[in-house]
Design a protein around this ligand. Structure first.
Ligand code: HEM
Length: 257
């Protein structure tokens, strides 16, 4: 190891080139932004799935995100700011990831051949990350922009109308598939890369981690599909009254009293 280091130092001083720490820093930044996005997605899917507990629950969650319980009034601009922050992390993560994409058809075919020869499931995972990441570039950006510019229109009816009457259902379905695979594969790869759960028997723990990865994917995928189905049902029922905002049961009861 020392011999290699000496050789590197010799080359550096002879040719006046400096070893760059940038690739290591970029790797670190990619891991950190990926972790933030994956954890955000878990929280996001749980919040979105509030619709499964009824329209009133989803309404309350949307008001919570607008800060109503804290400030007494709704500030949708808070959701806009959150979306801008998320978009910044999302773009940073994607921009750093591009450097690992196959740069030409030749590189792509070489990698595919390598995949076939290796028959190693963790090597295949890398390819799925590239594919799902590419899909998310486009679909995720559209969703983020719409949320950013329509932050006041999040609620049981507004969201369902967007999904059915504004045709977001197919986009959400594809985005959901991409996100759920990408997120859990990403977290699994991060744990392996940084040895978070290596313990005393890294090989056995890697197997356990892989099972856990599938469980997480199945859980969030089911949650996402059920939520999407619930929004679609409400959106279809509400089609004739497209654009009308949801009034929570508590407010209706208040008026009747
Ligand atoms: C601050 C940022 C975000 C906010 C406030 C937000 C909000 C929402 C809301 C309210 C919905 C319900 C449908 C609707 O109203 O249109 C939704 C659905 C969805 N969002 Fe986001 N989102 C954000 C970021 C993201 C990101 C970064 C992704 C992934 C790249 C994503 C993926 C999805 C998916 C897949 C669905 C469909 C969920 C399902 O089918 O159950 N969201 N989002």
């Amino acid at each position: 190891m020392e011999v290699v280091q000496t050789r590197v130092d010799e080359v550096e001083s002879k040719f006046g080139v400096k070893k760059s720490r940038t690739p290591a820093k970029l790797d670190y930044l990619q891991s950190a932004t990926g972790l933030m996005l994956a954890l955000f997605m878990w929280a996001h899917m749980i919040l979105v799935s509030s619709i499964l507990f009824g329209k009133d629950t989803m309404y309350e969650v949307s008001k919570l995100m607008e800060g109503k319980p804290f400030f007494g009034e709704s500030y949708p601009i808070l959701v806009t700011f959150t979306a801008i922050l998320l978009a910044t992390i999302f773009i940073t993560h994607a921009a750093i990831a591009i450097r690992k994409f196959p740069g030409s058809f030749k590189q792509y075919t070489l990698y595919r051949a390598h995949m076939k020869r290796m028959k190693h499931s963790d090597t295949n995972l890398w390819f799925y990350q590239i594919f799902t990441g590419f899909v998310m570039f486009f679909l995720g950006s559209i969703h983020l922009f719409i949320i950013m510019t329509n932050s006041a229109d999040i609620g049981p009816y507004a969201s369902s109308d967007r999904i059915v009457s504004e045709w977001m259902a197919p986009l959400y379905l594809l985005l959901l598939l991409a996100v759920e695979f990408h997120g859990s594969i990403g977290l699994y790869r991060l744990s392996i890369k940084w040895g978070w759960f290596d313990g005393k028997d890294p090989k056995a723990n890697r197997k356990k981690l892989k099972k856990f990865k599938w469980a997480i994917t199945a859980f969030f995928m089911t949650l996402g599909l059920l939520s999407l189905a619930a929004y679609i049902k409400i959106g279809l029922e509400h089609k004739a009254n497209y654009g009308e905002k949801y009034i929570p049961t508590s407010e209706i009861q208040g008026v009747i009293k």
